[in-house]
Design a protein. Sequence first.
Length: 308
Amino acid sequence: MGKYFAILIVTLVMSIALVGQQVQAEPGKSITVGSKIDTEGALLGQMIILMLEEKGFSVKDKTEFGPTPIVRKAVISGEIDIYPEYTGNGAFFFSGQDASLWKKHDQAYAKVKELDYEKNKLVWLTPAPADNTWALAVRSDFANKNDLKTLADFAKYVNEEGKIKLAACEEFVTRDDALPAFEKAYAFSIDDSEMIVFSGCNTAQTEKAAARGTSGVNTAMAFGTDGALAALGLELLEDVKGVQPVYAPTPVVRKVVVDKFPQLKKILAPVFKSLSQQTLQKLNAQIAVGGENPKKVAREFLTENDFL
């Protein structure tokens, strides 16, 4: 009995050791993961990190690295290797394209994939079906009082000298395809004095400012996949003119890295295919409203869906 028991113990120890080896980083498999400074960027960045670590990669965490221009410079220069980006940003990265193509999921993905590879040798992997487009949200009580349901209603209110205080990030305020695009399409203008501008595009900040009425804020920059809106008593203003492109979250990786590790495509594709609008809204809410850590939320989602 003792002999067989000893053999069993040895077998169990060896099995545990093998399992440990599988999750340990393999020599030469190192990669740097970045993301933008926002709730969803942190969430998606941590999903990428956890999936790569599961497959034996040694990962350097540079998530929440900065706004879009900073992260783009970092990936192009090789400071980071992979990060989550959005298809609609192709309109921002590459001027002179037909604006209508960015408003269709598959066409936008195909075009930005082609252009980014040609110019920057960046490879767009499998996109998510979700659309995290730029948006404006207002306090529910403010919307009800002034009958605001669409951006056309909002423009009319602004032009009739209604009181506005917008919380937004610098990128949203200055990018031609963000707030300026809304202002141009709906013929309204928000003065600098009517804004509170944050450096990072974290809608958790802008939406909480609107919900709490911080410094008179009643309007917030928002994203289509934000899960905090209902919980915070905010309502999205409908973009009835379809101003914004489709912003499908997609992992973007340097060509030299994907050439070295072609398995990246298969590792991340199932995860991003599972990220519907509703799924991201729920996960983002756990972070923005529930105060949960992005890595914890990412790990729980990946585990529950058998990715880990």
